[in-house]
Design a protein around this ligand. Sequence first.
Ligand SMILES: NC(=O)c1ccc[n+]([C@@H]2O[C@H](COP(=O)([O-])OP(=O)(O)OC[C@H]3O[C@@H](n4cnc5c(N)ncnc54)[C@H](O)[C@@H]3O)[C@@H](O)[C@H]2O)c1
Length: 254
Amino acid sequence: MRFLDNKVVLITGTAGGLGRVAALTFAREGAKVVGSDINVEANNETVELVRSAGGEMTGIAPIDLTDHEQVKKLVEEAAQAYGGLDVVYNNAAIQKFGPMPDFSIEDWRRTIAGELDIPFFVSKYAWPHLVKRGGGVIINVASISGIIAGDVPPMVGHAAAKGGVISMTRQLALEGARHGIRAVAISPGPFLTPASDRDLGDNQEARDAVTKKTLLKRFGQPEELVELAAFLASDRAAYITGVNYAVDGGATAW
Ligand SMILES: NC(=O)c1ccc[n+]([C@@H]2O[C@H](COP(=O)([O-])OP(=O)(O)OC[C@H]3O[C@@H](n4cnc5c(N)ncnc54)[C@H](O)[C@@H]3O)[C@@H](O)[C@H]2O)c1
């Protein structure tokens, strides 16, 4: 028996670094995965990777997850794909960075929409499907920037949004408990994904500043995050709800 046999899991942002590895890991553990992204080509690649590894996955793309009408449609299609929904893995996000006081109103709003609207919209529309199943799990990918301040790069919008994701998770856990819904946040520290690799470019000083804050003095590998997510999504984690786990090489320990 694998961790996630017979579970239907909706994962957002499956074209990206952590989302792609989440799709592969959840499918390896027996889940039927529905993965969505705005990026069709890279999302299709993930579907192919999962299938060629022997897993089950349906891709639904393009979906702009900041548009709640599109999210509503996505969730209905996702629930139809395998006859229901058991787990929502809110991974997708898009954000802007910039220092105070120059961080523009537009970038603030884009960041709140890209990091806080998305998991709210997906959770809102998935909720009745989880209730219908007699319960389920919502896992929200937050960030250590929701726990501690960070200056590489300056991140006022990101910090506010990810702090909001952590608070929202506690509230979802409280309101979900009576329906058998668990809600858990996981907060990555610095992970090397195609996105962060691209953002940091060849700026070795910025890379060193980011990893210096960890106790382990290195970036995390996507697998080191999503193995926890797969466990939290499973019935083995049945007593875990309303909590936020930092997976950060010790960055928030000092
Ligand atoms: N990589 C890190 O170091 C790190 C650190 C802390 C938190 N996180 C969080 O982990 C999650 C995944 O990050 P990642 O590094 O894999 O990023 P990524 O950019 O590689 O992946 C994000 C995915 O979300 C998709 N997406 C973005 N906006 C979308 C929209 N409006 N509609 C549909 N899809 C959209 C992107 O196309 C992309 O495939 C995010 O929530 C991020 O904030 C990452």
